[in-house]
Each structure stands twice: as C-alpha cells, then as structure tokens.
Design a protein around this ligand. Structure first.
Ligand code: PRT
Ligand code: ZN
Length: 297
C-alpha cells in the first residue's frame, strides 16, 4: 500500500476546452483513475498520481503554492497569471502540448478602419488579458487605455465600452458573429505542461520526471511512424535522405538477395503519400508504414 503523502498531484481544467485532451493525455501515460461526477480529485489507481480538477485560472497559483506538482493550462492563462507578480515559486513550463491552440488577437468593429499599431494610441481596448496586452503594447511603443473585463469581451464595442477588443480566437466565428475583424495577433497560444517546485523527496521528484517524460513520449509518437522497406543497395543513400525525420535507420541483409537490403526506421514526422511515391520512384519496394504505440527516448 502506497503512503498517502508520497503521491503527486496534476492539476487539469475541470470543465472546459482543455479537459478532454488533458485527461486523455494522462490516460495515454498509463494512468487509470475513476472519475465521479462533480469530483474535485481523482485518485490514480495504478500510479502514485492524483488528478486535481479545477478552474484553469487557478492552476498557476496551485503550482506556485505547491498544492500540485504538475499542471496543464493554456499559455495565455499562464503568462497572464505570471505577470500578476511572483508567487511563491514561478511555475516552470516543461513543454508545449499539441492541443488548445488559439490566438489572443486584437479585433476591430467591421467597417472601422485599422491603420497599424500606431493607430492604437489612445484607443480603449477591452480584454480579459490586461497584463499580456500591456506588455505587447509596450513592445509596440503605443499607449492605449485597457478596459479589463472578465467575460463577454466581444460585446464591449457594441455597448460603447471600448473601441476594439483583445480576445482569444480559434475559428473566428465568434468574432464574425459579433461583426468584429481580427487585425493583430498578440500571442499564439496552446496548452502547456507546467511544473511547480521540485518535490524535496526523491520518490515524488522521480514521479514528476517520469510523468513529464511519458507526456513527452506521447507527443512524439502521435506524429511518429515506423517505416519498413526494401531498398536496392545502390539507392540506399537516396532512400535514406527521403525518410522524414529519421536519425539512424537499421539496415539489414535480405536472405538470398544480394543487391537489396531491408531498411527499418522511425520517422518522427508524418509520412505522406508523396513521400511513399518518391521512395518507390527511388527504387524502394515492399514499403510498410506502421503507427508507433510507445516511445522512450
Ligand atoms: O471555467 P474555467 O475558468 O476553467 O474555463 P474558461 O471558460 O476560462 O476556459 P475555456 O474552457 O473557455 O478555455 C480554456 C483554454 O482553452 C483557454 O485559456 C485557451 O488557452 C484555450 N482555447 C482554445 C480557447 C479557445 N481555443 C477559444 N476559442 N479559449 C477560449 N476560446 C473562446 C474564444 O474567445 C471565443 O469566445 O471560444 C469562443 C469560440 O472561439 P471561435 O474563434 O472558434 O469562435
Ligand atoms: Zn478560466
């Protein structure tokens, strides 16, 4: 029986755009847990890892306060909270995840002219990201008035509360529905894996590292393919050069065939039909492309 203290906690969004992908990521790392309705914490059944289900805005401070060791949150939220001032420990970003993509953009009411960042001087901009926006405006060397709103930013111009907005956009349909036009990208955002202070005991420190490595592995296999083919010895170099994102392929003799070899390689990038066609043209035969289930660097 594992001791209660010797467990780590991973904070993920309870309900929202990041929830499904975050929980799916943890499952792919081998974690199984039972999730009841309206639960705040899910106890991992096969690892000393528990999942804390919280509002995304609380994740940076939960990490800073040492309540949890790892968290999955949008880069936009992380940067905004980090700029609020140093917590106990500034959370460390361990890496970008492949979901939650969006951008924090400036948008103006349709029909209003926009003449580059210079024209923002003195304008009123409504946003829920005042600190990120302040930093960006400083970089651009313009002074504008920031109207901080916690939600419904897109209706601020119609209510006369702002001249333009700075809000998250993914498909752009919300902007279009509100007759707004995207004019500048302030931040390209996506979900990130974030760590708090490294636990003092080596058992938990090891589990933080192990989980972060597994997440890294999951990300890498999502793109990776295992490719097997037969190549004429004479075309080996050309064929090698065509394999996308491979380091050292395994080259093996073929029984009874002297002028051909078998080539096996992990391609760390997607293998497209075009690549297969080029391989065939270069003389490759019996080409097989397989998905990769797990990978450990
Ligand atoms: O309750 P809690 O505080 O946890 O959730 P929340 O409402 O603050 O967050 P949530 O679930 O809306 O978003 C969580 C994170 O997902 C954000 O912090 C971003 O990192 C990321 N993300 C990705 C997005 C979007 N895409 C997105 N489209 N967050 C918000 N949106 C909004 C957008 O502003 C617009 O109002 O969704 C609406 C639809 O967007 P369009 O462009 O597709 O129309
Ligand atoms: Zn939130």
């Amino acid at each position: 029986m594992m001791e209660r203290e010797l467990r780590i906690k991973v904070a993920v969004q309870k309900t929202g755009r990041l929830t499904e992908n975050s929980l799916e990521m943890l499952k792919r790392c081998g974690l199984s847990y039972s999730r009841g309705t309206d639960q705040l914490i899910c106890f991992g059944e096969n690892m000393p890892v528990d999942v804390l289900l919280v509002r995304d805005d609380d994740i940076p401070s939960l990490l800073a306060e040492g309540v949890c060791e790892l968290g999955i949150v949008g880069l936009n939220v992380l940067l905004e909270k980090a700029a609020e001032g140093p917590g106990l420990v500034a959370p460390r970003t361990l890496g970008a995840l492949d979901f939650g993509h969006c951008r924090l953009s400036l948008a103006v009411p349709r029909g209003k002219s926009y003449d580059g960042t210079g024209s923002l001087a003195g304008a009123r901009i409504a946003t829920s990201y005042p600190r990120i926006l302040t930093g960006w405006l400083q970089e651009q060397g313009v002074e504008a008035e920031i109207v901080t709103l916690s939600g419904a930013v897109e209706i601020a111009p119609r209510l006369g509360r702002a001249d333009l907005i700075c809000d998250l956009v993914s498909t752009g349909s919300t902007l279009a529905a509100n007759e707004l036009e995207e004019v500048e990208v302030v931040l390209e955002s996506h979900a990130v894996l974030v760590a708090g202070e490294t636990p003092a005991d080596s058992f938990r420190a090891e589990w933080v590292k192990r989980l972060a490595n597994r997440i890294d592995g999951v990300l890498r296999v999502r793109e990776s393919k295992y490719i097997m083919l037969h190549a004429p010895r004479a075309a080996l170099e050309e064929i090698r050069a065509l394999l996308p994102g491979t380091e050292a392929p395994t080259v093996m003799p073929l029984d009874g065939i002297d002028d051909k070899v078998a080539v096996h390689a992990v391609c760390r990038e997607n293998v497209f039909w075009e690549t297969l066609e080029s391989l065939k043209q270069a003389g490759a035969s019996s080409v097989l492309v397989l998905p990769v289930e797990k990978m450990l660097a």
